[in-house]
Design a protein around this ligand. Structure first.
Ligand code: PA5
Length: 416
């Protein structure tokens, strides 16, 4: 994976000073030091390398068992127990043809949405997995309660038991006793890995394997990035250095952009990763994501000439999965070229136009979209987010602000 920054007119000396601080934090994160901010939550840092082989085998075998039992796999979860998983499955173009379709629930409390799933449960062969680290989050637990009832009604207790899976904390929360009492197969989310850093645990790995994708490749990609050169003169810190500097210079929005539709949920995962990692103590850039060409014809106007409160992070796929030739018809100037050739011109055109407007842009170059590069990207952005937060002086691994709405909601529920 190559990363280069263009167009932001940042002086190398300013970046240089930043690099050293980031490299120092990188070393601390990798160390056994348990006294720094967020030290209880750095289990993800060495996870790719330390992943236990027996667990991978168990996940792959369980996925096979699920593939044999159903055509529809419902994954119930929210935030870190949902977004990364969907991001990877979507990026890899959904489930393989011979594997169950993976659909998601628990990220809303919308009766109509659950009713649609109810109809699918009635008509298809289904397995389901509920994922919640805390085992206490209202949204997924509500969906789980309804869907579990439907599963019991359709399959009867003994068979439903074999079709329901749980991924949760080892001890805490309500799902662990639930799994135990019903003898549901359960996997553990390690206590030292927070939700938004958990996609490479069973949280993401089980559903991704059910969708037919190679979780070893995913982990290998992450391991490759874990082992890459994160030193002060290495390229990788350029992004974290640039973005923290831009935020200090007053840019309050980071816009993630991609021309690949399959990355839309990766954008959602990035929103959570950066929003919850940095957005505290009045700090952080608001993370937004745009899908081009679609959004060039809506928000593109604002980017080019609107208020310059943002910087851009463009994720570029160098070799798209498929291409096709554009046919001829009278007077049509694009005939004989391919879709991706024209798409690349749009990509470079946007870059040039935005550079001319003085917009700071980081380009993240990915050779192609596959399990390995997804693993690389996941680890790259996790590390960049965590290091940026440390340099800003905030704890990357908590999200105290999320509690505020929960408190209000619980008070209102109590009045029902
Ligand atoms: O990053 C986090 O920790 C959060 O966004 C959680 O993932 C989210 O709130 C869901 O929590 P849980 O898995 O406990 O249901």
């Amino acid at each position: 994976m190559k990363i280069r920054i263009t167009g932001n007119q940042m002086q190398e000396e300013m970046l240089q000073e930043r690099w050293q601080k980031l490299a120092d934090w990188h070393e601390i994160l990798l160390s056994e030091d348990t006294h720094h901010l967020g030290a209880d939550y750095k289990g993800w840092v060495k996870l790719p390398e330390e992943m236990v082989e027996d667990l991978i085998i168990d996940l792959v075998e369980t996925a096979r068992e699920i593939q044999d039992k159903c055509t529809l796999f419902i994954v119930v979860g929210i935030g870190g127990s949902f977004l990364g998983t969907r991001a990877v499955i979507d990026a890899l173009n959904g489930s393989r043809e011979d594997c169950p379709e993976v659909v998601f629930a628990g990220f809303n409390m919308n009766g109509a949405y659950i009713s649609k799933l109810k109809r699918r449960i009635a008509n298809e062969s289904v397995c389901m997995c509920v994922i919640s680290k805390s085992g206490r989050t209202v949204e997924p637990l509500l969906s789980y309660a309804v869907l579990k009832d439907l599963m019991f009604a359709k399959y009867g207790y003994q068979e439903a038991r074999r079709r329901i899976y749980v991924i949760t904390d080892e001890k805490k929360g309500d799902l662990r006793p639930e799994a135990f009492e019903n003898q549901f197969k359960a996997f553990t989310i390690p206590g030292n890995i927070g939700g938004r850093y958990s996609v490479l645990t069973a949280v993401g790995l089980l559903p991704i394997a059910v969708a037919g994708h190679d979780i070893r490749m995913l982990l290998d990609g992450a391991k490759d990035m874990q082992k890459a050169d994160w030193s002060a003169d290495g390229e990788l810190l350029r992004y974290a250095a640039g973005r923290t500097l831009l935020q200090e210079q007053g840019k309050s929005l980071e816009i993630f952009e991609y021309f690949e539709g399959n990355l839309r949920y990766f954008g959602e995962w990035l929103k959570q990763l950066f929003g919850e990692t940095e957005g505290k103590d009045g700090k952080g850039a608001y993370p937004a994501c745009l899908f081009f060409s679609r959004d060039l014809h809506s928000i593109g106007q604002f980017l080019q000439q609107g208020r310059q409160i943002f910087y851009e992070t463009m994720i570029r796929i160098e070799h798209p999965a498929e291409d096709m030739e554009i046919p001829w018809y009278a007077g049509y100037p694009y005939a004989g070229k391919t879709m991706e050739q024209i798409n690349a011109c749009a990509e470079n055109g946007v870059l040039q136009a935005h550079q001319k407007a003085g917009i700071p842009i980081h380009e993240i170059h990915i050779e192609e979209l596959n399990a390995f590069t997804m693993g690389q990207m996941i680890y790259f952005f996790e590390m960049s987010a965590a290091l940026s937060a440390y340099v800003m002086g905030v704890n990357p691994f908590d999200q105290p602000g999320v509690e505020a709405y929960k408190k209000e909601m619980q008070a209102l529920i109590a009045e029902l």
